[in-house]
Design a protein around this ligand. Structure first.
Ligand SMILES: Cc1cc2nc3c(=O)[nH]c(=O)nc-3n(C[C@H](O)[C@H](O)[C@H](O)COP(=O)(O)O)c2cc1C
Length: 166
């Protein structure tokens, strides 16, 4: 039985996915910052779903959570478009071999980002612009102006996986 979703979210997109999944499965969602609630409600090695936002290829706080709980599956929330190659890269960079990883496309909220993070995203956008590829235009626009790619359909693969194992 899955006890809860734990998530780490900097600007709110991962939180949105956590709430969507939590509503579907009827289980509680805890922001990783809710340390007291998590301590009170969960025991070591309890089954959980972990969702984390991606920063420079790393799923934030995954390393910490996997030491304490049994992750049934993980959702990685990033701004890049979804494709198999990218998911494989994420698995490798985050040492994910024991549980499935689902990519959930989030978005960019420039109003919630500090100076340096905005500067990094601007540099990434400039680099992509120099590559001059039509397939990057949507991402460049999001990096420069913000935008959300959150859709309820994006959680379907994760929900189907859970349906098949329970
Ligand atoms: C400094 C920085 C680095 C990022 N690196 C990546 C990345 O490597 N891959 C990716 O897909 N998205 C990357 N993103 C985009 C975030 O993962 C995306 O905005 C995500 O939706 C944030 O989720 P949150 O709103 O829950 O914090 C980066 C964003 C920032 C600010």
């Amino acid at each position: 039985m899955i006890k809860a979703i734990i998530y780490s979210s900097s600007t709110g997109f991962t939180e949105k996915y956590a709430n969507l999944i939590g509503d579907e499965l009827n289980i509680p969602c805890y922001n990783i910052k809710q340390k007291n609630e998590i301590k009170k409600e969960l025991k070591m090695n309890d089954n959980i779903i972990y969702l984390g936002w991606i920063c420079a290829g790393k799923i934030i706080r995954l390393g910490k959570i996997r030491k304490k709980y049994n992750i049934v599956c993980c959702g990685a929330v990033g701004a890049y478009p979804e494709n198999e190659k990218y998911i494989e890269e994420l698995k490798k960079a985050n040492n994910i071999y024991k549980f499935p990883l689902f990519y959930l496309r989030g978005g960019i909220d420039l109003n919630k980002l500090g100076f340096w993070k905005k500067k990094i995203l601007k540099m990434v956008a400039d680099g992509l612009e120099n590559e001059n590829k039509a397939e990057n235009l949507e991402l460049i626009n999001a990096l420069k102006n913000g935008g959300s790619f959150v859709k309820k359909e994006n959680i379907e693969n994760l929900l189907n996986y859970l349906k098949n194992i329970t």
